[in-house]
Write a protein that binds this ligand. Structure first.
Ligand code: GCU
Length: 618
């Protein structure tokens, strides 16, 4: 019964309140395997700090006006028709910028820029297939995007790290279409994340942009994973989008497993079935086998590569395919320090996850927001387990209903995109959020939504931990959220923010849960190449010693089933101001931004070798 309920709920709730609010279509998944015309490449851009192209001098929103001024309304993409006409912008004469990429790392003058940038791209669409529909799909845009096609508004998206799409059927010309996107990355207290973070607020069209062509009624989304941790049954649900979505037959084929099934859609265009499966090759970091899966509806054939694995907890154990596993992890920010700026490509993912593999990891915490889809797909291929998180970070506005809607929307978009990725095993709700009744209610609702959308994967968050009053060095976790998560995770910085590495020797953790425990962050800053005594902060030797002492300390926690030290590579942060050491970089990486390893890298590598050996006998 639970299984049936699960499949139904997951699909029907794809259209969230924010989607409706901003005129977004439900998310179309698996863009990479659809018929697409890429809009990546060179775009034109205009920097508009006063948002002149959006608000008139009376602060009225121009795209809400009946007759917005052609001279200043940038979303119209208007060009002067004769020399006497006053038009105060011209995209064709404006500078070039690359998409996907952030603007900060492309243009020196935009390095610190936070505000509005207008993006402009011209494209032709000469030959639409008969009866086809078209959507413009964005992998992400940080932070708020207002999208226009040929001068007409399509809609808006809020949140910098999840996909969105707009239908443009019937709105395209054979030639000279232009899409204009107003992207604004201004920070705000009410936003998610809020105004204060420890990462660079890269702005722009940071991920792929595609024009996607689909059939009149098409496979919009699907869920194909093992049913409720039962390795013998595959749960399938498929949703069709279009006027002829009801009573349609859809076929699912998994040739390498000799499986084929058909099912019919109901009145809402949803089809669901369970396919008995024998001897499936289960996906794991050691054997990341991905099956080719083929979905067919009329002439439409959609393929994907999907791995099947079970993930659950039992007491303080985490069981992957029924076997205890230790999560040998590392935290990663979505940044390619070598090139500079946000990571976005398969190559970026292969570089970052390749370093994690070299470290001996089987797990990564993608901090503190959903990374691009290349990361989770490459993790599937490489065999890397994934913790994926929404940017509910530090002190967001818990009492603000719009903030909740926003966070909820980012959560559902994250799950929607990656629910078929075997690598993703944990959904994280938050990081280091101060305990209050409003905060706990907020996060409990997020957890409830997550379990409705996906009751199979594990749920966690970086919970609050503090020193036990009246003790010298005892840490306790007393976070009301502990009863609602599957894994008790917390960040700790004994030896860096709290004393010196020496303090690890006497530290104790009072953790009275029969649940798996994960330490989701620890570490300290070191400038690569800066050497000295182990007592000197900022040196590799200090960081190396800190790792040694911390790992010994954490091994004393009986329920410890995973760690994700902070962090794989140095990353940019406007909070890090120490000259000649930080210079705008958080230096807690085990690898520098130029790709050079620090001594602590090898301490962790050695520790993971032993951990792996220990667990392989379990
Ligand atoms: C915090 C936080 C990170 C931050 C890190 C640090 O715990 O979660 O985002 O970068 O500590 O201080 O370096």
């Amino acid at each position: 019964m639970k299984r049936l309920l699960f499949t139904g709920l997951l699909i029907t709730q794809m259209v969230s309140f924010a989607d409706l609010l901003f005129g977004q279509e439900p998310q179309i998944t698996n863009i990479g395997n659809r018929t697409t015309i890429t809009l990546n490449g060179v775009w034109k851009y205009v920097v508009d700090p006063y948002q002149t192209g959006y608000y008139d001098y009376r602060r009225e929103v121009r795209d809400q006006q009946a007759d917005p001024s052609k001279s200043e309304s940038l979303f119209l993409g208007y060009k002067a028709q004769d020399p006497s006409e006053r038009v105060e912008y011209d995209f064709d004469k404006s500078d070039n910028i690359l998409v996907p990429r952030d603007w900060n790392s492309q243009k020196e003058k935009l390095f610190y820029y936070e505000g509005t940038v207008w993006y402009y791209k011209k494209f032709d669409y000469p030959a639409p297939s008969a009866g086809a529909r078209q959507f413009i799909c964005f992998g992400a845009a940080n932070y708020e995007a207002e999208v226009y096609l040929n001068g007409k508004k399509l809609g808006k998206h809020v949140g910098g790290f999840t996909p969105f799409n707009f239908e443009v059927t019937g709105k395209l010309n054979p030639t000279d279409n232009f899409v204009i996107v107003k992207v604004d990355n201004t920070r705000g207290l009410e936003k998610v994340p809020t105004i204060n973070t420890d990462w660079w607020n890269y702005g722009g069209l940071t991920r792929d942009v595609n024009l996607v062509e689909v059939a009149g009624t098409f496979i919009q989304d699907y869920y194909i994973q093992l049913a409720d941790n039962d390795p013998k049954n595959i749960d399938v649900s498929i949703i069709l989008n279009g006027s002829e979505k009801a009573n349609q037959q859809v076929t699912i084929e998994i040739p390498e497993a000799n499986l084929k099934a058909t099912c019919n859609t109901n009145g809402e265009g949803i089809a669901k079935t369970t396919i008995p499966a024998k001897n499936l090759k289960l996906w794991s970091p050691e054997a990341p086998f991905l099956y080719e899966v083929k979905l067919t509806h009329n002439n439409e054939v959609l393929t994907d590569k999907i791995g099947f694995r079970t993930i659950q907890t039992k007491g303080s154990d985490i069981l992957l395919n029924g076997k205890p596993v230790f999560l040998r992890g590392i935290c990663i920010h979505e940044e390619n320090g070598v090139r500079g700026g946000r990571a976005y490509s398969r190559e970026d993912a292969q570089m970052l996850l390749g370093w994690a593999k070299e470290l001996g990891c089987n797990f990564v915490r993608l901090a503190h927001y959903p990374h691009n889809e290349n990361m989770t797909r490459v993790a599937d291929e490489m065999g890397m387990l994934v913790w994926s998180e929404v940017p509910v970070y530090w002190t967001i506005q818990w009492k603000n209903p719009d903030t909740y809607t926003n966070a909820h929307n980012q959560l559902t978009e994250m799950i929607t995109r990656d629910k078929n990725r075997a690598s993703v095993i944990i959904w994280s709700m938050a990081n280091e959020t101060p305990v209050s009744a409003e905060r706990t209610d907020f996060l409990k609702s997020m957890i409830k939504t997550t379990r409705q959308f996906d009751p199979v994967r594990l749920v966690s968050a970086a919970l609050e931990r503090h020193s036990k009053p009246g003790t010298k060095n005892t840490q306790v976790i007393e976070d009301p959220l502990q009863d609602f998560v599957d894994i008790i995770a917390f960040n700790q910085y004994i030896g860096w923010y709290d004393g010196l590495p020496e303090k690890c020797k006497t530290a104790e953790f009072e953790i009275n849960f029969d649940k798996p425990v994960m330490v989701s962050e620890f570490g300290g800053d070191a400038l690569q190449g800066n050497h000295g005594s182990k007592d000197a902060r900022w040196t590799e030797e200090f960081q190396e010693d800190l790792y040694r002492e911390t790992l010994k300390m954490l091994d004393k926690i009986p329920q410890l089933r995973g760690i994700t030290p902070w962090i794989l590579a140095d990353f940019r942060s406007p909070r890090r101001l120490l000259p000649d050491i930080q210079d705008g970089w958080n230096r807690k990486g085990l690898i520098s931004e130029t790709g050079d390893k620090k001594k602590a890298f090898y301490v962790l590598q050695e520790y993971y070798k032993k951990k792996k050996a220990n667990y392989s006998t379990k």
